[in-house]
Write a protein that binds this ligand. Sequence first.
Ligand code: GLU
Length: 445
Amino acid sequence: MSKNIEPIYRQIKDRNPGETEFHQAVREVLESLGPVLVRHPEFAELKIIERVSEPERQIIFRVPWQDDRGEIRINRGFRVEFNSALGVYKGGLRFHPSVNLGIIKFLGFEQVFKNALTCQPIGGAKGGSDFDPKGKSDNEIMRFCQSFMTELYRHLGEHTDVPAGDIGVGGRELGYLFGQYKRITNRYESTVLTGKGVHWGGSRVRTEATGYGAVYFVREMLKIRRQSLEGKICVVSGSGNVAIYTMEKLGKLGARVIACSDSNGVIVDEKGIDLDLVKRLKEVERRRIADYANYHKDAKYLAGGNIWKIPCQIAMPSATQNEISGDDARQLVNNGCIVVGEGANMPTTREGVKVFFDAGIAYGPSKAVNAGGVATSALEMQQNASRDSWSFEFTERKLDEIMTNIHARTHETAEEYGAPGNYVVGANVTAFIRVANAMVALGCI
Ligand code: GLU
């Protein structure tokens, strides 16, 4: 980190004690910014780094709800509206027991820059709750979502803040959230949430977008190295929305995915993961990935296993933050991995990232690689605003263009800033300059 930025980072750490993931995300961006301040002294003078690291607004609220036995339960809800220099607050909601303010701040901070990379008019935010959807009945999920929205609705609006899904929040939850918003406000405001069902205002391709977009980015990373996805052996961690559609697009572009996982264990199927089965188990029946082995006798289930030990050429972490440690990264490199494309948000630890750079493999950081989800959310907002509904092919083409563009711009910027092939520098610098320029233009607000 450059000398003039170090004290700023120290101050951010001191002001946000214990928020380790937030510190990690801020540090990674700040480490890229030294040369930017040399070219743009006005950013330092106007305290852009200090301002961009402080959320514009942080909302924390109580979410009481009743379980099926009639017992009252209390969870905590969050919405961190991080930055609105480029557009409305935009970013998902995460329901997971690990959620706390630090996690939501790291995700919100990342979202600001990710959204800037899409070149669409969206600022950054994130929200969620420490509610654990696992093992809850449909009715419990609905009552929780209704209670959550009963507080959140007052902070939302087409021109203010537009949430979407993330871990633990998919079509079902967004439906219950939107239903409650509509009931409280007496307004059918499609534009207030994205990721909606296609038959009630959603966009085609939104479900697939994060995974498909991540694969397009990896395709571009390979193209620049004069390689393709054809015949490549891939490992994709997770088995949620991002993982499923990453596997689908990898398969369509000729690669072979041999392993995926959930928080209990890993499935290895050398013949190639049977995606229809994963979809049925995870999307329809909401079961564990262990059950896969009951249908494919030659697939192996590794209870509590580490997916990064499975040799592959392409690794696409698509589960959660910090899932690749330094040792995992070393293992991947030693096993011949040549490309890492992050579908999850910040899935690689600092040490892991260093291992990838030292080994000289192609490493695509999440804020660039997984921007396709939020980019398609912005396309959903565009369709809602014009009361239009685009075809799958047209929407997918737009997504492909956006991802190809993000790749090209991050790659060029890395070169321009003396770090060829370094997508971390490329993404951080490109996104920061875009946000910073807007903040300068809008004055000291
Ligand atoms: N949660 C997703 C992300 O991490 C999508 C956010 C959105 O569509 O607003 O980017």
